[in-house]
Ligand binder design. Structure first.
Ligand SMILES: [Mg+2]
Length: 258
């Protein structure tokens, strides 16, 4: 029998598991929740809501797409972040994560909690780093990648985004981390919910489409990737795509500590 020495533990962490966050672990968008909090705290003006209110209504009435809505939310954030103090945004982010940390899917929360023991846990999100870092910390991710808004010497946002090309390619981020940290893609697991996650899902040994949108759903069916859906208190496995034993066990139990 293999002894569970520190050396063994260390080497087993060479395996990597990659997660998208918005819609995959978090049952909302970290960006939307931060933006709403900033308006609530009067750091952003109320009129910021006007930028996306029509698209939000259209999405709620299923007349428009979620993508159109989120695109306008991003636009509003970009428009109003300039000259705001980074300290205020970090504070708002901490409050949102503290209030909403339990607003997660059961399947991915349990999977993260289980994989944490033996996998290097990576989260890649297009949401702002203030939210993603806080969220990642709460759930024990080893590293998070997110959208970084530049600040000036006085600690105020300039409105510029740093390394924007990088965050748009989630596959490139995974490749960089694997190389930098000396990780191994053998037995790696990836979980995502939209087509933006395809570039990293393609690289891992076990890709999982969780609550996928139409684009990712179609792609997964073609590639025979497993599709898992969580609705209310039921988790469905929609096809027989390959799953590692550890994921099958999580699906069976769906019990994990908060
Ligand atoms: Mg997502």
């Amino acid at each position: 029998m293999e002894k569970n020495t520190r050396a063994n533990k260390k080497s087993s962490k060479k395996r990597v598991a990659v997660f998208d966050l918005d819609g995959t672990v978090f049952r909302s968008s970290l960006l939307i929740e931060l933006l709403e909090e900033l308006i609530e705290e009067k750091i952003f003006p109320k009129k910021a809501r006007k930028v996306y209110s029509r698209e939000l209504q259209n999405w709620l009435n299923r007349k428009g797409s979620y993508e159109d809505y989120i695109e306008k939310v991003i636009l509003a954030y970009h428009r109003f972040i300039k000259k705001k103090r980074a300290e205020d945004v970090w504070k708002a982010a901490r409050k949102v994560v503290s209030d909403q940390k339990n607003f997660t899917y059961r399947f991915t929360r349990c999977l993260v909690s289980e994989l944490k023991k033996n996998y290097y846990l990576l989260a890649i999100s297009g949401s702002p780093q203030e939210m993603v870092r806080e969220f990642g910390k709460k759930f024990g991710f080893d590293r998070t990648y997110s959208r970084i808004f530049e600040t000036d010497k006085k600690g105020r946002f300039t409105g510029k985004i740093l390394f924007e090309d990088m965050i748009k390619d989630k596959g490139k981020i995974l490749k960089t981390v694997v190389k930098k940290k000396g990780l191994n893609l053998k037995d790696s697991i990836g979980v995502g919910d939209t087509e933006a996650d395809i570039p990293f899902l393609k690289l891992v040994d076990y890709p999982i489409a969780f609550n996928p949108n139409l684009q990712l759903y179609r792609y997964s069916q073609r590639r025979k990737w497993p599709v898992i859906v969580e609705r209310k208190n039921v988790v469905y496995r929609l096809n027989r795509g390959r799953l590692p034993q550890i994921v099958k066990t999580v699906l069976k139990n769906l019990k994990c500590p908060r």
